[in-house]
Design a binder for this molecule. Structure first.
Ligand code: CTP
Ligand code: MG
Length: 232
């Protein structure tokens, strides 16, 4: 074939944000004047070398177009094909990418809608690090805190050696032709793409990324994300 692979971003945004305590799916909470997801999609739109971005919404979503009016144009794709889990939403999004002409050797960068502090340069670093890689990789942060295993009663059962431990972030970048069968092999307990790839025996590349690329998850995370957005 000899064709240069294309790069697509796939943004799963079909979750309800149960842990966030918000009155709506967290990706639609207003932060610094705009829906959280608008910040996420702006960062991706500023990444050189991304051919298109596909947003995966819940089939019931009736908020996206009003909340993110700036997401438009030939390279801005939306599909209401979200599933019951994040992994299902991503798997359904891959089928949509294929239907829109993506090829198995193309790269897919899966990025959580809820990581709204993303900077284009971090994505570029991931793309540069993985472009010639056999497997692909992910942004991640070496764990700084001492890790504890907890009992059901909230007491320390054991201390876990943090050396060599990383916290996985997104984007996670893999070839469509590898990621699709990896997710099809079973999504039970799969909370990121890398773990599905690992289950096939591969070793994704860890590309260091700052703590600022955190995922808005808990109620207090909204205020922190907003302060950071306002300070830019
Ligand atoms: N996501 C998705 N489809 C699902 C579940 C999650 O597309 N069935 C998306 C979310 O919208 C989010 C990303 O996956 O952008 C990361 O998931 P998470 O932070 O867990 O979001 P939620 O599942 O919405 O939050 P919670 O787990 O607290 O309910
Ligand atoms: Mg979730």
């Amino acid at each position: 074939m000899g064709l240069e692979p294309r790069c697509y971003a796939l943004v799963p945004a079909a979750g309800v944000g149960a842990r966030s305590g918000a009155d709506r799916p967290k990706q639609y909470v207003n932060l610094a004047g705009r829906a959280m997801m608008a910040h996420t999609l702006d960062a991706l739109a500023a990444v050189p070398g991304l051919d298109a971005t596909l947003v995966v919404l819940s089939p019931e979503d009736d908020q996206f177009e009003a909340a993110v009016p700036g997401f438009a144009g030939e390279r801005a794709w939306v599909a209401r094909c979200g599933g019951a889990t994040r992994a299902e939403s991503v798997a359904n999004g891959l089928i949509e990418l294929l239907a829109r002409g993506a090829q198995p050797h193309d790269w897919v960068l899966v990025h959580d809608a809820a990581r709204c502090l993303l900077r284009p340069e971090w994505v570029s670093r991931l793309i540069a690090a993985c472009a010639d890689d056999e497997v692909g990789g992910l942004l991640a942060l070496p764990v700084a805190d001492t890790l504890k295993d907890a009992t059901a009663a909230g007491r320390v059962a054991a201390t876990v050696d943090r050396r060599g431990k990383w916290a996985a972030q997104t984007p996670q970048m893999f070839r469509l032709g590898l990621l699709k069968p990896a997710l099809a092999a079973g999504t039970e307990g799969v909370t990121d793409e890398a773990s599905a790839i690992e289950a096939l025996g591969h070793q994704p590349l860890l590309v260091e990324s700052p703590m600022e690329n955190f995922k808005v998850t808990w109620p207090a995370d909204f205020a922190l994300a907003e302060r950071l957005l306002n300070s830019r």
